[in-house]
Design a protein around this ligand. Structure first.
Ligand SMILES: Cc1ncc(COP(=O)(O)O)c(C=O)c1O
Length: 373
């Protein structure tokens, strides 16, 4: 599903040149290399301010904290995402209010959001799932009408764009992850909050270091959400390659579409290819819908083809959110997606012949299925 060793080999000298000065300086937390990274990622994302933080999870957490979101507040989000999206809200005592997804794009159904707004709603957290931006026009319109804060969970979408806007550039905050397997991954955990607003940037900066203002004086309670300089150095070295890597992912995705398109048209009950509404999808994942997913996945594994399932259980059905009172059937599109999504390898180091091999293997499995129905 990912070949980080091959990526590392291709830019090893650049990484070493970026990391060595940090090691020589022995300045490992925040500092000039982190500031360089903040400026570079913010500029890349089309924002004025970047604040390096310890992970994508902490980026979401600290953005919500900067808005003072907590007990009694509701935050509208998708029920089909990585756990951190809703986990951050619950950790602050706020209530995630889930919306179902658009079955075609897997992103939050932007029209469902409007209906979920109550007097307690404070924010909307759309997720740009798999690297395709959610319908931000509709979401921002709802937010404007009800005076809500928008925090983009852009952990999977750095470099993506839709309707002329870059991921992370249109909400009040954009949150990125540098987890190693992300399109722009560090050598450990890391993340960034970007924003266009000076006051919001200052609040996030304060909160990421225990709410410390001048020398050990604390006006507010924050946390240790600092980005370390080694991660920032790796991100700095990798950022100039991100557009090429994202292009390679899109090329691999197009090839899958080409190779699998005919079968998907003839057997829509067995295979559905991902719908793309964005001009630049980052294809953090290439996710098809496959009716007998688990069977297909097992056969692919037997043939040596690795795949992924993101995510097997929607958030509203997670045990730790039981107190929210949801049941199976509440969000049918997300529940159906959890049963049939299958991510095929699409990463930037994957060669075309490997894509052809995966597609051929998948077509072999699916063709057998179509004959034995
Ligand atoms: C959609 C989404 N949100 C949040 C996160 C959290 O990022 P991190 O793993 O850096 O904490 C991730 C990635 O893991 C993610 O995919």
């Amino acid at each position: 599903m990912i070949d980080l060793e091959a990526q590392y080999r291709s830019i090893r000298s650049e990484i070493e040149a970026a990391v060595a000065p940090v090691v020589a300086s022995q300045r490992f937390v925040l500092g000039p290399v982190v500031e360089e990274c903040e400026a570079a990622v913010a500029a890349y994302a089309g924002r004025r301010f970047g604040i390096g933080v310890s992970s994508g999870t902490d980026a979401l957490l600290v953005a919500l904290m900067a808005e003072g979101i907590g007990a009694g507040d509701e935050v509208i989000t998708t029920c089909f995402s990585f756990f951190a999206t809703a986990g951050a809200m619950v950790r602050l005592g706020a209530t995630p209010v889930f919306a179902d997804i658009d079955a075609k794009t897997f992103n939050i159904d932007a029209h469902a959001v409007e209906r979920l707004v109550t007097k307690r709603t404070r924010a909307i957290v759309p997720v740009h799932l798999y690297g395709q931006m959610a319908d931000m026009r509709a979401i921002l319109e709802t937010a404007r009408r009800h005076d809500l804060v928008v925090v983009e969970d852009a952990a999977q979408a750095l470099g993506g764009s839709r309707d002329g806007a870059r991921a992370g550039s249109v909400g009040h905050y954009g949150c990125f992850s540098f987890y190693p397997t992300k399109n722009l991954g560090g050598f450990g955990d890391g993340g960034m909050v970007v924003t266009g607003n000076h006051d919001r940037a200052s609040r996030v900066r304060e909160l990421r270091a225990h709410g410390e203002g001048a020398g050990y004086i604390h006006r507010v309670v924050g946390g240790n959400f600092r980005l370390d300089a080694l991660q920032a150095a790796v991100v700095n070295a990798k950022l100039p390659h991100l557009d090429d890597w994202n292009r390679a992912r899109r090329r691999n995705a197009s090839l899958y579409n080409e190779l699998l398109g005919d079968f998907a048209t003839r057997h829509p009950d067995l295979l559905e290819l991902p719908a793309n509404r964005a001009e630049r999808h980052t294809f953090h994942q290439y996710v098809a819908k496959i009716a007998r997913r688990d069977e297909v996945r097992a056969e692919l594994a037997q043939a040596g083809v690795e795949t992924g399932v993101y995510y097997p259980l929607p958030l509203h059905l997670q045990e730790c959110f039981r107190s929210l009172g949801h049941n199976k059937g509440d969000f049918p599109a997300a529940e159906r997606a959890a049963e049939c999504v299958l991510a095929l390898p699409v990463h930037s180091e994957l060669g075309q012949e490997q894509v052809v091999h995966v597609a051929d293997t998948l077509l072999g499995v699916l063709s057998r299925q179509s004959r034995t129905r």
